[in-house]
Design a protein around this ligand. Sequence first.
Ligand code: GDP
Ligand code: ZN
Length: 461
Amino acid sequence: MLLVADTIAAIGTALGQSGIAIVRVSGPDSLKTVDKYFISPKKNKVTKMDKNTINYGHFHDENGEVIDEVLVSVFKAPFSYTGEDVVEINCHGGQIPIKKILTKVLESGIRLAEPGEFTKRAFLNGKLDLSQAEAVMDLISAKTDLSHDMANKQAAGNLSTEVKKVRDKILEVLANIEATIDYPDEQFDSMSVEQMVSKLSEVEGRIQNLLKTATTGKLVREGIKTVIIGEPNVGKSSLLNALTKENRAIVTDIPGTTRDVLQENINVKGVPLVVLDTAGIRETSDKVEKIGVKRTKEYINTSDLVLYVIDGSQNWSKENDLILELIKTKPRIVIINKSDLPQSVDIEIVKGKVDCDVLAISAEKSKGITQLEDRILGLFEVGNIKDSSHEVTISNIRHEMALKDAKSSLEDSINALKCENPVDIVSIDIKDAWQSLGKITGESLSQNLIDEIFSRFCLGK
Ligand code: GDP
Ligand code: ZN
């Protein structure tokens, strides 16, 4: 697809003090615009520079005043990230030079890029498909090695390749049906109903295999939303500290210090954990108690995992049973803290009460933390995502929805074939499946949806 587009520019690096910063310009006017301000020692024209070259020189304003010493990278269409002519102006870090350079470029009629617009152009010019473009965003926002690795594989096209293979198989069946409809009297090697059912079932199986990775995939990409609950002073903040291995949470021995929630991003063997430390479930006054409980219930509802902390050195209370009841439908781990002190809670009795992991730890002495981390990973079966058999992992809810739609259309078509429904009716479901899968790579997605997806990208990418 040839795209007639205007020229856009944006700062491609993070703002702040740094060694270097980059202004990126993409589109038909990019070379000649930068030419107005760039002077190399040999006075070479930017428009005449070879593709894929880095050129040293100075960026001037229109009065010949030097703004900065720069390196200009020249990429020519279609051999660039966006597929258009691209110039990257590499200047000194710090906000002043980069902003001055961007301002000059914009003053010559270049438009400031929207978030994600460079990548959107790459997509529209066929440099990458939609799932790869989304992976580029995931690469930028990945917080752990594992999520980075997942994004890398998706950016490399692992998902796209599998989707394409599966779509081709669907297309074979579809083409066969179309041919029998269009040329009912022709003799050709048409597939039998059994053959079609078997092909479509194979495709369904492959989609199911992809879907199996979705739960864990999403958790690795977005992090396991974890909430730590428990009464004041049981050691919630200490546990958060032990998990972060940093002392960012304020730990104190005055009950109820954690007034509001505190959030930390933790890396558990490559899996991001977004942990909330809640205010104590029971607070001093009735009014506060109600707010506290209501809020805690909200946190419990919206989290993937509940860590319920109990002080093992204190007597078991009725509240403990109430809270266990409250969280019984959630993925949860009951933590008996302060195992370094004489125990009043009998862990065996607790284990008998609940059908989830019960673990004795000492948050303060950092005892049992590794076991806790293992239990968390075990609960979400993220261990198996690390082996290389998962070359393709579904980590994006949009992809998951499209796969589910495709699967359900395929099921319908297989059933219809088995019931000997007319093939032209069956082909509607098969086409739906083919279309749904095309949404993953962006081939069958409306312009509005594509715009919306790219608008969530960050500026300058
Ligand atoms: P929170 O109110 O539930 O967040 O509890 P904190 O984390 O603020 O801890 C309350 C008090 O218990 C502090 O004095 C901690 O030092 C202490 N504490 C927390 N964990 C342990 C532990 O494992 N052993 C002992 N002996 N004290 C602990
Ligand atoms: Zn606390």
